[in-house]
Write a protein that binds this ligand. Sequence first.
Ligand code: NAP
Length: 255
Amino acid sequence: MIASERLTILTGASRGLGRAMAQQLLAQSGATLVCISRRSDDALAELARQAGASLEQWELDLSEPALAAGRLGAWLQAVDPARFARATLINNAGTVGQPRPLADGVAADLAQALRVGLEAPMLLAGAFLGATRDWTGRREVLNISSGLGRNAMGSQAPYCAAKAGMDHFSRAVALEQAALPNGAKIVSLAPGVIDTDMQVQLRGTPADAFPDRERFVQLKANGMLDSPETAAGKVLGYLDRADFGSKPVADVRDA
Ligand SMILES: NC(=O)c1ccc[n+]([C@@H]2O[C@H](COP(=O)([O-])OP(=O)(O)OC[C@H]3O[C@@H](n4cnc5c(N)ncnc54)[C@H](OP(=O)(O)O)[C@@H]3O)[C@@H](O)[C@H]2O)c1
């Protein structure tokens, strides 16, 4: 068999940036897409049917990341690697929770943000890299980070910590993979600012809990947000760059 298919595992495909990436990936020939979100999407299933693409949608809560990582590892062990010329994990799911100072935080919300935003990407990356270790095709991990992993903002400590952790674990894993014969490339990528539910949530938080709220109001008012479709095109374009992986921490706006 000649490897011709492209396998992508994508978290947070039900809305926003992830949904737009799923749509664009399904339009490519030879696409096999595994989506992980709490909700599946009938429209994506229909799109896959029309495109002749293979789509699985796993309804999983990434705040229980060990379950998702276990399922991914078992699934990858069971498929025939010879089918795939390229295998990619995109850790896209994330949550800003309810922005507020840490001193006013709710423990369950804090744990949720860290589990979804940091623990799940690490466990999924571990499962993916372990199960595909001997695959001969191109292997990649793309972590969707944020400028807030690099620049701090009050009332966003869990999100900032999750994204900073994502950046730094990507640096560490890049070193590990560089030492392997067919090591994977890994990049933690800031995707720009995007007109999604996440921005709605930031603009909708009262200013007394979130002093930077007005910055997000102005981004929207001044037309500074990319549509999810535009952002997805930029992010997937970055993934296709010949130098993908040369900088483990990057910004989609990098030249
Ligand atoms: N929007 C921006 O301006 C911006 C800027 C910088 C970085 N980012 C990053 O870009 C990525 C996508 O953001 P977005 O704006 O598209 O966000 P979004 O519209 O809020 O969508 C978030 C996605 O994550 C999934 N998700 C959230 N909690 C989950 C959980 N517990 N289990 C499984 N899936 C979960 C959601 O699916 P379900 O709710 O269906 O489970 C949804 O598909 C995130 O990592 C975000 O941090 C966004």
